[in-house]
Design a protein around this ligand. Structure first.
Ligand SMILES: C[C@H](O)[C@@H](O)[C@@H](O)C(=O)CO
Ligand SMILES: [Mn+2]
Length: 596
C-alpha cells in the first residue's frame, strides 16, 4: 500500500538569503565576511526553527557571493529561481546601492534586515532600499534591531529573530499556496454564498487555480472500485476498532436498520479514500490500470457539497471531512487534508492560511449562537464565570470536525493541537475515544451517515478566523484570538441539547478589547462576524495571519491583536500611522492583489 501522506513532488519553496555589500574595494574587504556570516546566521535560525508541512526543516539558500550591483543581483535572482526560492530575505551591514542591488520580483515576499551597527551605515542603506521599494510599488518588510550591536557581533537579537520568523512563516504560507488548486466537489450547498468559487480571488490574491468535479465522480469510483482495495480493508478495520458508535438520535420510525448503517460505513470509507485521491492523486490507482484517476487535481484544499443532492440519498461526508481534516487516519499521524464542509471554499482558504502558519489541523465550525451570561442563567440557572463570564460563542459544525479538535493532545501538560510529527499514537487514541460517531438526523440527512459528537477541551489559546468576499471591496480577513472554555457538564448538556447535540462543539471566549467596536463584548464579535462559518486554529496566531494577509494584499477588517504585534510591509505606515486599520485598507487597495 503506497504511503499516501501528502506528496510534494516539486519540493517546498525555499527561503533565499541575499547578502548585500558595498563594492568599493576596501569597504568590501572590510565587511564581506561579516555580511556573509550574518546571512548564514539568518539561514541557520530559519532552518532550525521552521518546518514544512511534512515536518522537514525549512531550506534556505544563501547566495554564494555578496551582491554589490546589478549583475550579481541578476545572477542571484536566476539562481534562486532555479533553486525554487519562494521567499526572500536581504541582509545588509553597510551602505550599498539600492537601485542596483534591489530585487524587483513583486510576487516574492521580501524582508530586509539592516544590521544596527553604526560603524557602517547599514540602517542608512535599509532606509534607502525600502524607500526605493516604496517608490517602485514593491513593498518590503523592514527589520532593524532596537539596540546597536558591535560590528564583531554575529548574534541575531531577539527582536530581529522574532520579526524574521514572523515574516518567514507568513511568506512561506503564501508561497505554499502559489500554483496549487482548490478542488470543488459539487457546487453550492444549501444556498451558502461561501460555496461560490470566485476564480478571480484564487488566481489574483492567492496565485491558486480552481478545479471542479461533480459529486457523481465519487459515485462512479465507488461503483467501479476505483480506490485501493487493500487500503479500504485497512481503513474499514480501523473504523470498526477505533470509531465508537454513539446513540441514534432519531425517533424510532426514522432509525435505519443496522445492516444499512454497516453498508453506509463502507460507503463513507470509500468516499474518504476517493476524495483524498481526487485531491492529491494515488499511484496505486495507476497500478490498478486507472492512470488518469491516479493523477489527482494538485489540490491543497477541497470542498464537498454534500447537501442536499448527495445527503438526501447517500450517507453524509461527515466521516471523510472529519478524518481527512484530522492529523491522522488508519495510516497513523500525517498532515491533514483540508476539506471544507458544504464546499464553503472561503472557509477552506481560511483553513489553508491557518494550517500553513501552524502545520496543525483546523476546526471548521458554524458560528451557531452567542450565549449571554443572562441567557445562560435563565436557561440553566448557572452564571458563567472565569473566561466565560462575558458570554460565549457556540461553535459547532453541522456534522464533522477534525478529531484533533477534541483537545485530547497535550503539550507541556496542557491541551493543544499539534503538528502531526509531534503526535503520539496514544494521543490519536485519546482523540478517537473522546469522539462518539452518531447516526445523522434522518430528517435532515436522509442518506444516513455518522457525525462526530465531541466537546473541545477548555483552556486552549485559539484563533477564530474567516475570509469574506465583499462586493465593491474584495476579500477581507477577520479574526478573533481567545480561548476555548469548558462549561459545567450539566450546563453544556442543556445548551447543547437545544441545538444538534450529535455534532462537535467548541465553546469559545474571545479576548475582549474595551472600546473596540468589534471586541467591546462577546456579543460584538458575533455581531461583526461576516459569515455562518469560521475556522478555529490552535494558538494566538492573529499577528501571523495579519502579516500573511498583508503579503497577499487582503485587508484585515477585524482583529484583536495588539499594535506592537503587527508586522506589515514598511510602506503601510506611509498610508497613515495613526490609523493602522485604515492604512491597511488603503495600502491593499493601492497595491492590489499580489498576482495582479
Ligand atoms: C444541517 C443544516 O442543513 C446545515 O446546512 C446548517 O446547519 C449549516 O451548516 C449551514 O452552514
Ligand atoms: Mn455549515
Amino acid at each position: 500500500m503506497a504511503d499516501l501522506a501528502h506528496r510534494y513532488e516539486n519540493g517546498f519553496p525555499k527561503i533565499g538569503i541575499r547578502p548585500i555589500i558595498d563594492r568599493r574595494k576596501l569597504v568590501k574587504a572590510a565587511t564581506k565576511e561579516m555580511t556573509m556570516e550574518l546571512a548564514r546566521e539568518a539561514a541557520r535560525l530559519l532552518s532550525e526553527t521552521l518546518r514544512y508541512p511534512d515536518g522537514s526543516p525549512v531550506e534556505c539558500v544563501v547566495n554564494d557571493v555578496c551582491i554589490s550591483g546589478l549583475k550579481e543581483a541578476a545572477q542571484c535572482a536566476d539562481r534562486f529561481a532555479k533553486e525554487g526560492v519562494g521567499v526572500l530575505v536581504t541582509v545588509a551591514s553597510g551602505w550599498c546601492y539600492p537601485l542596483e542591488t534591489m530585487e524587483t520580483n513583486k510576487q516574492l515576499p521580501h524582508a530586509v534586515w539592516g544590521f544596527n551597527g553604526t560603524e557602517r551605515p547599514g540602517a542608512v542603506y535599509m532606509g534607502a532600499l525600502h524607500a526605493a521599494h516604496n517608490q517602485k510599488g514593491l513593498p518590503v518588510f523592514k527589520i532593524y534591531g532596537r539596540h546597536v550591536q558591535d560590528m564583531d557581533d554575529r548574534t541575531i537579537p531577539d527582536d530581529v529573530q522574532a520579526k524574521l520568523l514572523q515574516f518567514a512563516r507568513a511568506g512561506l504560507a503564501a508561497a505554499l499556496l502559489r500554483g496549487k488548486s482548490y478542488l470543488s466537489i459539487g457546487s453550492v450547498s444549501m444556498g451558502i454564498a461561501g460555496c461560490i468559487v470566485d476564480d478571480s480571488f484564487y488566481r489574483r490574491y492567492l496565485g491558486m487555480k480552481n478545479a471542479y468535479v461533480d459529486m457523481t465522480e465519487v459515485t462512479r469510483r465507488i461503483e467501479r472500485g476505483i480506490y485501493d482495495p487493500e487500503e479500504f480493508r485497512t481503513a474499514l478495520a480501523w473504523v470498526r476498532e477505533k470509531c465508537r458508535i454513539g446513540p441514534d438520535p432519531n425517533p424510532a420510525e426514522l432509525v435505519i436498520p443496522d445492516e444499512r448503517k454497516e453498508r453506509n460505513w463502507e460507503t463513507v470509507v470509500k468516499m474518504a479514500l476517493i476524495v483524498r485521491d481526487l485531491m492529491v492523486g494515488n499511484p496505486k490507482l495507476a497500478e490498478m490500470g486507472h492512470e488518469e484517476e491516479a493523477y489527482g487535481y494538485n489540490a491543497i484544499a477541497s470542498g464537498f457539497q454534500g447537501q442536499r443532492e448527495w445527503t438526501d440519498h447517500f450517507p453524509s461526508a461527515d466521516f471523510l471531512e472529519a478524518v481527512l481534516n484530522s492529523s491522522f487516519d488508519w495510516n497513523g499521524a500525517r498532515e491533514p487534508y483540508i476539506v471544507a464542509t458544504e464546499n464553503d471554499n472561503l472557509n477552506a482558504a481560511t483553513m489553508l492560511f491557518q494550517h500553513y502558519l501552524t502545520n496543525t489541523a483546523q476546526i471548521f465550525a458554524d458560528v451557531r449562537a452567542y450565549w449571554s451570561p443572562e441567557a445562560v442563567e435563565r436557561a440553566t440557572g448557572h452564571r458563567l464565570e472565569g473566561r466565560a463570564a462575558g458570554g460565549v460563542l457556540h461553535l459547532i459544525n453541522s456534522g464533522p470536525a477534525a478529531l484533533d479538535g477534541t483537545g485530547e493532545m497535550m503539550r507541556d501538560g496542557e491541551p493543544a493541537l499539534k503538528p502531526h510529527w509531534e503526535i503520539a499514537d496514544e494521543e490519536i487514541d485519546r482523540c478517537l475515544a473522546a469522539t462518539s460517531w452518531r447516526p445523522t438526523y434522518m430528517d435532515q440527512f436522509a442518506g444516513g451517515g455518522h457525525s462526530t459528537d465531541y466537546l473541545t477541551r477548555g483552556g486552549m489559546p485559539v484563533t477564530m478566523a474567516r475570509i469574506n468576499l465583499v462586493e465593491g471591496l474584495g476579500p477581507v480577513l477577520q479574526l478573533a484570538e481567545g480561548h476555548t472554555v469548558e462549561l459545567p457538564e450539566a450546563v453544556h448538556a442543556q445548551l447543547d441539547e437545544r441545538t444538534t447535540p450529535t455534532w462537535p462543539t467548541t465553546w469559545f471566549a474571545p479576548n475582549l478589547v474595551p472600546g473596540d467596536p468589534a471586541f467591546d463584548d462577546v456579543y460584538a464579535v458575533m455581531e461583526n462576524w461576516g459569515s455562518n462559518h469560521c475556522v478555529v486554529s490552535y494558538g494566538h496566531i492573529g499577528a501571523d495571519l495579519i502579516t500573511l494577509a498583508s503579503i497577499l494584499r487582503i485587508p484585515v477588517n477585524m482583529h484583536n491583536v495588539g499594535a506592537k504585534r503587527l508586522f506589515r510591509p514598511s510602506s503601510w505606515s506611509a498610508f497613515g500611522t495613526k490609523d493602522p486599520e485604515g492604512a491597511d485598507f488603503r495600502a491593499c487597495a493601492a497595491y492590489g492583489p499580489l498576482y495582479g
